[in-house]
Design a protein around this ligand. Sequence first.
Ligand code: SIN
Ligand code: MN
Length: 300
Amino acid sequence: MKLTQQQLEQFEQDGYLFFPSLFSEQEMKVLRDEVPAIYKEFRPEIIREKDGVTPRTSFAAHTYSDVFAKLGRHPRMVAPVQQYFGEPVYMHQFKINGKQAFDGDVWQWHQDYGTWYNDDGMPEPRAMNVAIFLDEVNEFNGPLYFIPGSHREGVVAAGHDLKTTSYPLWTLDNQKVRELVAKGGMVAPKGPAGSMMMFHGCLVHGSPSNMSPWDRVIVYLSLCTVSNHIRRAKRPPWIAHRNFMPVMTLDDDCLLRKDVRGLPWPGHEVDEDAIKRADAPIAWTAEVAQKADEQEAAAI
Ligand code: SIN
Ligand code: MN
C-alpha cells in the first residue's frame, strides 16, 4: 500500500487521512474474537473506566497476543507511515481503546505529541497514530473528533489532566479549542469495521462518551521514527515502549493465516544501545523535564 501524491498533500493540509473498509470483515473478526480474552485478564497494562471494572485502554497487547502482534506488523498499517517519514519506525505505543457500550467515557481534547514530548522526551513530532476500527464507528458510539489543520500549530499549551481521564493526559483548554475550531472546523471519521485512520502527532483530537448500545473498539499503533526514539523513561514500559527496533512488516494476509511466522516470539528484541543513548543532548532538555514535573505537581 502506497500513499498517492494527492493523499500526501491532503495529509499536509488536514493532518489526517481516512481509509474506509481497508481491512475485510473476516480480518476484523479475527481481532475482535481475541478481545474478550484480553479484557478478562487483570493485567497492569489494562486501564479500567472509573467504575474500576469496564476496560478502557489495554496497552501493549502486541507483546502477548499473537493476533495483535501480527496487527502491529501489518503492512497496511505500517508501510504508509514509513513512506511518509522516509525512515524505519518503531512501536512507541500500542493500545486497544474499548469505549464500551453505555460505559465508555470521554477523552478530552489533546494532542498526543504533547504527552510524548512532556512525559516521554520524544524530541520531534516524527511519530504518527494509525488506528483501525474493530467495530463500526458511528455518530452514537463515541467517534474520534479531529480539528483539521490543527497539526500545523505545532505543540499548543496544555494542562496535565490527572482527574477527568483514567490516566494522565495533557489536555487543551476550551478557549484554545474554540480558536482552533473557528479556523479548521471539526470532523468525525465514521465507517464500518476495518476502516483505518492515520493522524499526525500534533493533530488536536478527543472523543465523547459512548451512550449507545454498541461497543466501539479502536486499536491504535503509535509509530515513531527510529532516530526520534524517546529520551525519558518516566511512564511504564508498556505505555511508552523502550524497544526501539524497527517494526518488520509481515505478509499482507497475515491476519487470516493460522501460523505466527515472522513474529519475534518467545522473547522480543530490545535495543539496549538505544536505551543507553537516551541521555544524548536533544531539544528536550532537563529544564523542560523539570517544568513538566512542576506542572504535574501543581495539577495534583
Ligand atoms: C486517544 O486519543 O488516545 C483515544 C481517543 C479514543 O479512542 O477515543
Ligand atoms: Mn490521543
